[in-house]
Ligand binder design. Structure first.
Ligand code: ADP
Ligand code: MG
Length: 256
């Protein structure tokens, strides 16, 4: 963790999640601090997306606690409902692997529909925020365009704006560049890097280890339903202490 990170923001304790007999999360613990960029890495199928979806209240964990400093805090048990977990979305916003934009809505409508209809914020304020954020990611001219007319990188930048519109305290990214053509990856990563340097707290699931080494303060390596290693990014990515982390990092950095 670098010196720019502050007080604990989100604490995950003993998080369990199964799908039928498939125990995906077997007791996950970690804390994210204010201003921290935490990269979550691990093999395909290790439960990274599931963990993120639990943090955002999209999936209901079976056991454990997800607690934001100052609330909300959800303690999961068999009676926890989607509705009671949805309070977690008061503090976090998710950027999905694919952009998940509504095809029948314009860019501006896509990014403003949540703030207007879910958060019920005043229209003038929402429009002004949308204009500012679209400008920041270089998409002002695309406000009236439909998603299908945008490149994958532009669509993903709209997805980032949509998340920022919610004014979250924590941004959750689920492999935001993995569905993109290689030449479009850079434009999305550079937006994320800019947000990191502005002090946004974020949890970033990624296979881009070079990028993680560049922007992340801390790295969590998950495998087999557990957090296998958690430490400063430079240490976990350059000289991991666990053999499973070592072989995963080696494979990703030297695939051939
Ligand atoms: P990762 O993001 O690390 O690749 P996932 O969280 O997507 O891993 O998946 C972890 C495991 O959970 C996989 O075995 C996957 O098949 C299973 N899984 C994920 N979502 C569901 C679901 N909605 N229903 C049943 N099984 C699921
Ligand atoms: Mg995934």
């Amino acid at each position: 963790m670098s010196s720019r990170t502050g007080a604990p923001l989100l604490t995950v304790t003993d998080l369990h999640k199964s799908f039928g007999a498939n125990q995906v999360l077997r007791g996950i613990d970690f804390t994210i601090h204010e201003g921290e960029v935490l990269a979550l890495i691990g093999p395909s199928g290790s439960g990274k997306t599931t963990a993120l979806r639990c943090l955002n209240g999209l999936e209901i964990a079976n056991q454990g606690t997800i607690a934001f400093a100052g609330g909300p805090s959800v303690k999961f048990d068999p009676k926890t409902t989607k509705k009671s977990a949805s309070v977690l979305r008061d503090r976090s916003a998710m950027v999905f692997q694919g952009h998940h934009l509504f095809p029948h809505l314009t860019v501006l409508q896509n990014v403003s529909i949540g703030p207007l209809e879910v958060q019920r914020r005043p229209k003038a304020e929402v429009m002004e925020q949308a204009a500012t954020l679209l400008d920041r990611v270089g998409l002002s001219e695309k406000a009236s365009a439909f998603p299908s007319s945008l490149s994958g990188g532009q669509q993903q930048r709209v997805g980032i704006v949509r998340a920022l519109m919610q004014k979250p305290d924590l941004l959750l990214f689920d492999e935001p560049t993995s569905a993109l053509d290689p030449e479009l990856v850079g434009e999305v990563l550079s937006v994320i890097k800019e947000l990191a340097s502005e002090g946004w707290s974020m949890l970033l699931v990624t296979h881009e280890l070079a990028f993680a080494r560049d922007v992340a303060d801390t790295v969590v390596f998950m495998d087999g339903g557990y957090v296998v290693e958690h430490g400063p990014a430079a240490q976990v990515l350059r000289s991991p202490s666990n053999p499973r982390t070592q072989s995963f990092v080696q494979r990703l950095l030297n695939p051939f």
